[in-house]
Design a protein around this ligand. Structure first.
Ligand SMILES: O=C(O)CCC(=O)C(=O)O
Length: 257
């Protein structure tokens, strides 16, 4: 992240990266995402559906998860970063996810700290696969709550006055600390389509499978590359897998399948 971006991300708990996904890649996954949407079968009673471990379904989803403009920024903010979860998310009108997280009370899974640099234990990325208007399940956050020293007060009107909706353009990415209070609700007659990734420290376990979840991607990645590093297995005791010393952007070379 640039010094300006570090300031904004640390202050607010989120950073929007416009036009993040390579346009050819974005175009090439449209049909695939259509198929996935059909497969999950949204209907009157199923307003929220997700496909977990989406990077295992098609190599193009790995390329989205490794979007250079995003990953190069995320890895600046996590000690021993590793990719944790990936999912494709569909929210029809009426779908949503309740507000959750806040820096206090402390949750080590989410915890965000600054001590000479940012130490975020969980960063989530939302890639917009369609335009997301404010009332169409734009992420709704309390800016700065990833550093809140008090628990959330039980005062809905006051909390509502602090919240901010973050609309997005198709192809952009929203990077946010999972310590920020956030939620979303789709009040539009459309389906919000997003691909999510999350990054944790190397000592956090996967939440979508056992240690071997990404072994195939790891095996196929170039020796010494950031990609191999990021898809390594979690290491609960002490993560000493050698971290690449070169910049992520120096190796970014998306391969379209
Ligand atoms: O789907 C969304 O709008 C938000 C996802 C979310 O809350 C999360 O990843 O924790």
């Amino acid at each position: 992240m640039t010094p300006d971006e570090l300031y904004a991300f640390d202050l607010n708990g989120y950073l929007l990266v416009e036009n993040a996904i390579d346009s050819d890649l974005l175009e090439s996954i449209t049909g695939l995402v259509d198929q996935c949407e059909q497969r999950v079968g949204l209907n009157e009673t199923k307003r929220n559906e997700r496909i977990s471990r989406i990077v295992l379904e098609d190599p193009r989803f790995v390329e989205v998860a490794m979007t250079p403009a995003v990953v190069s920024r995320v890895i600046d903010c996590i000690q021993f970063p590793r990719i944790k979860s990936t999912w494709l998310d569909f929210k029809a009108q009426g779908g949503g996810i309740g507000y959750h997280a806040n820096h206090t009370p402390y949750d080590p899974v989410d915890a965000y700290y600054w001590q000479g640099q940012i130490y975020a234990n969980l960063i989530t990325v939302c890639y917009a696969l369609c335009d997301i208007p404010e009332d169409g399940a734009a992420l709704d956050v309390i800016p700065g709550s990833h550093k809140a020293n008090y628990p959330l007060p039980e005062n809905p009107a006051m909390l509502a006055s602090l919240r901010k909706k973050l609309p997005m353009k198709k192809g952009s990415a929203l990077i946010f600390s999972h310590d920020i209070n956030h939620g979303s609700e789709n009040n539009r007659d459309y389906v919000r389509r997003c691909l999510f990734t999350s990054f944790s420290t190397g000592s956090s376990a996967h939440s979508q499978g056992d240690n071997y979840l990404y072994d195939d991607i790891f095996e196929n990645a170039e020796e010494g590359s950031w990609r191999k590093y990021l898809f390594r297995r979690p290491q609960g005791d002490r993560d000493c897998y050698p971290q690449p010393q070169h910049r992520f952007l120096d190796e970014a070379n998306p391969v379209l399948h």
